[in-house]
Design a binder for this molecule. Structure first.
Ligand code: AMP
Length: 283
């Protein structure tokens, strides 16, 4: 039985714990999360264990990536259950700062990124989002100085933004993307799935099914535009309010009109009742 993870809640405690982990030149992987951990998060932890000697998981619900009308207040917070899941995965350190530790009185800085962060996807519907993500992830990278950091492809634009930021700012972190973990019916696991009523939960896998249908049509030689129209119909007929369903270049996130232009990623965001879901797949 290995030791339970150390839990650090202050910067001095984090520094002490990291110094201990780094003894004998051990490499460190960071897995940033907002807690309410599910098997998708745990798959990132398992990948982290394969990529580094020691694993740090941050659990921090980051207020700066939520707009005032969004769900910061009601976001599920389940630290005790999270900590025992992370203990079972033999995580070495949990970084669980308070909001005041991350953003002390007078905090006034922001990391601003362009290209993938202004691609006209999540940024169009959540304009505050990437500024909050890059600022907190930049801080986490500087605080923890990991050799590698694991992010889920579930948040595909975020993965691209963070990868770009780490390279642009010479943060010395290798960002690694991990595949999306799904429920048996195809719904991408998400901490926000707990918001869904039983009826909504039954409808939710339509997002994935619709993207599969779009991919099938594109592979069969139909135009991207007509395939997306068919996919959008499936999604709205099921009861979603669609924010976007788009085909983008998988690397640059630039709009793409034909498979000849490069690898395609389908990305979707839609609201079901009060819950906003996002997902994406490769074609
Ligand atoms: P969150 O706690 O939702 O901010 O997510 C923390 C990390 O877990 C992010 O890198 C997400 O992309 C990743 N993640 C969330 N859901 C999944 C999933 N279903 N499969 C794989 N990774 C995920």
């Amino acid at each position: 039985m290995s030791r339970p993870p150390v839990v650090a809640r202050t910067l001095p405690a984090l520094r002490r714990a990291l110094a201990e982990l780094r003894k004998r030149n051990a490499s460190v992987a960071l897995v940033p999360t907002m807690g309410a951990l599910h098997d998708g998060h745990l798959s990132l932890v398992r990948l982290a264990k394969r990529r580094a000697d020691k694993v740090v998981v941050s659990v921090f619900v980051n207020p700066t990536q939520f707009a005032p009308h969004e769900d910061f207040g009601s976001y599920p917070r389940t630290f005790k259950a999270d900590a025992s899941k992370l203990a079972e995965e033999n995580v070495d350190l949990i970084w669980n700062p308070d909001v005041k530790v991350m953003y002390p009185e007078g905090f006034a800085s922001k990391i601003l990124t362009e290209a993938p962060a202004v691609a006209g996807l999540e940024d169009s519907f959540r304009p505050h989002f990437f500024g909050g993500v890059t600022t907190v992830v930049g801080k986490l990278f500087i605080q923890c100085r990991p050799d590698v950091a694991i992010f889920g492809s579930k948040d595909f634009q975020q993965l691209r933004v963070v990868t770009r930021m780490a390279a642009d700012l010479d943060l010395g972190v290798k960002v690694i993307g991990a595949p999306t973990v799904r429920e048996r019916d195809g719904l991408a696991m998400s901490s926000r799935n707990v918001y869904l009523s039983a009826e909504e939960r039954a409808i939710a896998p339509t997002l994935y099914r619709a993207m599969k249908e779009v991919a099938k049509r594109i592979k069969a030689g139909k135009t991207i535009a007509s395939s997306l129209t068919a996919g959008a119909e499936l999604i709205t007929e099921a009861g979603f309010v669609l924010d976007y369903l788009e085909a983008r270049h998988a690397e640059t996130l630039a709009p793409i009109k034909s498979p000849k232009e490069g690898p395609i990623r389908l990305l979707v965001a839609a609201k079901l009742g009060k819950t906003r879901l996002i997902d994406n797949i490769a074609v």
